[in-house]
Write a protein that binds this ligand. Structure first.
Ligand code: DQQ
Length: 534
């Protein structure tokens, strides 16, 4: 790597160098947060995968530890791939991961801490019984599509259950295994759930959510005031989608609610980059926390030059929206300890065609919250019924395409003369019976270096812009733009690599490129301190 590193993050998790992908085995143990991750110890490209390990007291500042799992046994010699940790009722953590064995087959293995009295759990011992789950000629499991065990949960019958992601032809499935003792596992006759035409399900995650309130729930909890979430990572499109539904713990079936859409057009954690995510229950703070990997949008040559690839999104608290139809995600509260030098702008009209500079913040390393209100939506452009793909709509109607109500939002990582900027914005349309809000993250002008993937992202946002505040919070961290719309109803994360708008040469603006005025009801921005990361 080189010493000129304008794209390294100040407060998003990353290793010192080399390649990182999926977050693995997140947990809290003896008051310490643990994060493991898929890591290549030798270069900035995927390969030679081990489990790297860091710990933290606040999920913000991180200390690296030695590699937790090296591939070295016959059951994992070609890689220690993704997996999860389960905390047993007695408090001991047990790790399940995918090993790629000497026949290049994917199998599931176990490891336990060598010394459970060490709160940092620096050493792990693999089970002599590995592999615990493997493809055989009898079970018909495809040996190259059998990976990523979930956190296990305990059923009322005293048996453990775990899911492993798989596929049969183009049908994605979550294979279910049960066990009395966590070592001998039996494949169930049917998967917990499957869906046609979704392709390989990587990194399944299955957990209960509270019907009332924002508290998280322990993974094995059974009760009446809860629903279940099944998230899978779609290998074909590299998106994490989820359904909300009901888990029958006697028949061991999960059934998504009937309005919960399967596959790539279903609900996503994030409509930008966010993959192979995993949640864990934080028993100290009674919340469920989501980790997700954000890959680079730069070329492999640029990654090799900078010597690293991959970051983790800010851990997000997640809970069920009161409608019961979607999840809400919000950056963990601890992130706010990095906020400094607040800039608050008075509520004001953002006139049509105007730009308002947000000065006094380190715009390349910032946290900003802005809220808009529109007085009426009768002037909004009419939504053509054929415009059903929000991402496509955002790329056809980027920040420079004038509308009536919108585009309005933020210009981020902008160079002085606007040669470079990333825009995160809203557009309001008149739908059939109500207004329709579109939220976009437009990277098309983010860099003069066109070797980057500058795809525009977008999603619809279920919100009434006349009677509710239309809010946007964006975390800016040099090469990361992580946005939360509608108080966490939707997220869009992107990677950008400005060549001019770096460090102190980056600027931030609010803008309204519509022909109607809009109201800014509040605008607060903070410079962000640097976290201690690895
Ligand atoms: N990454 C791991 C696999 C998983 C994939 C390998 C998802 O276990 O399916 O590094 O990004």
């Amino acid at each position: 790597g080189t010493s000129f590193q304008p794209y390294r993050t100040a407060y998003h998790f990353q290793p010192r160098k080399n390649w990182m992908n999926d977050p693995n085995g997140p947990m809290i143990y003896k008051g310490i947060y643990h994060l493991f991750y898929q890591y290549n110890p030798y270069c900035a490209q995927w390969g030679n995968i081990v489990w790297a390990h860091s710990t933290s007291r606040d999920l913000i500042n991180w200390t690296p530890h030695e590699i937790a799992l090296w591939p070295c046994e016959s059951s994992d010699v070609y890689g220690a791939w993704s997996g999860s940790i389960t905390i047993h009722p007695g408090g001991e953590p047990i790790l399940l991961y995918t090993g790629v064995n000497r026949f290049q087959q994917q199998v599931q293995n176990m490891a336990v801490p060598k010394d459970p009295s060490d709160p940092y759990l620096r050493k792990w011992v693999k089970s002599g019984r590995n592999p615990l789950m493997a493809p055989t000629p009898e079970n018909q499991i495809n040996a190259s599509s059998f990976r990523d065990p979930t956190t296990a949960w305990l059923g009322p019958d005293g048996k453990w259950r775990v899911l492993v992601g798989s596929k049969i032809n183009s049908q994605g499935l979550a294979i279910l295994y049960t066990s009395q003792n966590f070592t001998n596992w039996t494949q169930s006759l049917h998967p917990l759930h499957s869906a046609m035409e979704t392709g390989m399900w990587e990194c399944p995650d299955f957990f209960p959510v509270n019907v009332h309130g924002t508290d998280g729930l322990e993974t094995s909890l059974i009760g009446s005031n809860l629903k279940h979430v099944l998230k899978v990572s779609l290998d074909d499109t590299k998106h994490d989608y989820y359904t909300i539904g009901v888990y029958d713990h006697v028949k061991d079936f999960y059934t998504p609610d009937k309005d919960s859409v399967e596959g790539d057009s279903g609900l996503r954690y994030d409509y930008g980059k966010f993959y192979a995510s995993k949640t864990f229950y934080d028993s100290d703070k009674k919340r469920r926390i989501l980790w997700g990997w954000i890959n680079e949008s730069s070329s492999t040559e640029d990654d090799a030059r900078k010597g690293w690839s991959g970051v983790q999104a800010i851990p997000r608290s997640l809970w069920l929206h009161k409608s019961g139809k979607q999840l809400i995600q919000w950056p963990i509260k601890e992130l706010e300890t990095l906020r400094t030098n607040p800039v608050n702008l008075p509520s004001q009209v953002l006139e049509r065609g105007s730009v308002l500079q947000v000065s006094g913040v380190t715009a390349a390393q910032a946290d900003v919250e802005i809220s808009f209100k529109v007085s009426k939506s009768d002037k909004a452009d009419v939504l053509d019924p054929s415009w059903t793909n929000p991402q496509l709509l955002c790329s056809q109607k980027g920040a420079i395409v004038k509308g009536s109500l919108g585009p309005f939002g933020l210009l981020i990582l902008a160079s002085k003369d606007m040669q470079e900027y990333t825009s995160v914005f809203f557009r309001i349309f008149k739908g059939k019976n109500s207004s329709v809000v579109l939220m976009c993250s437009d990277q098309s002008r983010s860099s003069l270096n066109h070797n980057n993937d500058m795809t525009t992202y977008g999603t619809f946002l279920d919100l009434d812009p006349v009677h509710e505040n239309l809010s946007l919070r964006t975390l800016i961290d040099h090469s990361i733009v992580e946005s939360f719309g509608g108080e966490g109803k939707v997220c869009i994360t992107s990677r950008v690599y400005p060549t001019l708008a770096i460090n102190q040469d980056a600027h931030m603006f609010a803008f309204n490129n519509g022909t109607e005025n809009v109201m800014i009801t509040s605008l607060s921005a903070w410079s962000m301190k640097k976290a201690l990361i690895n």
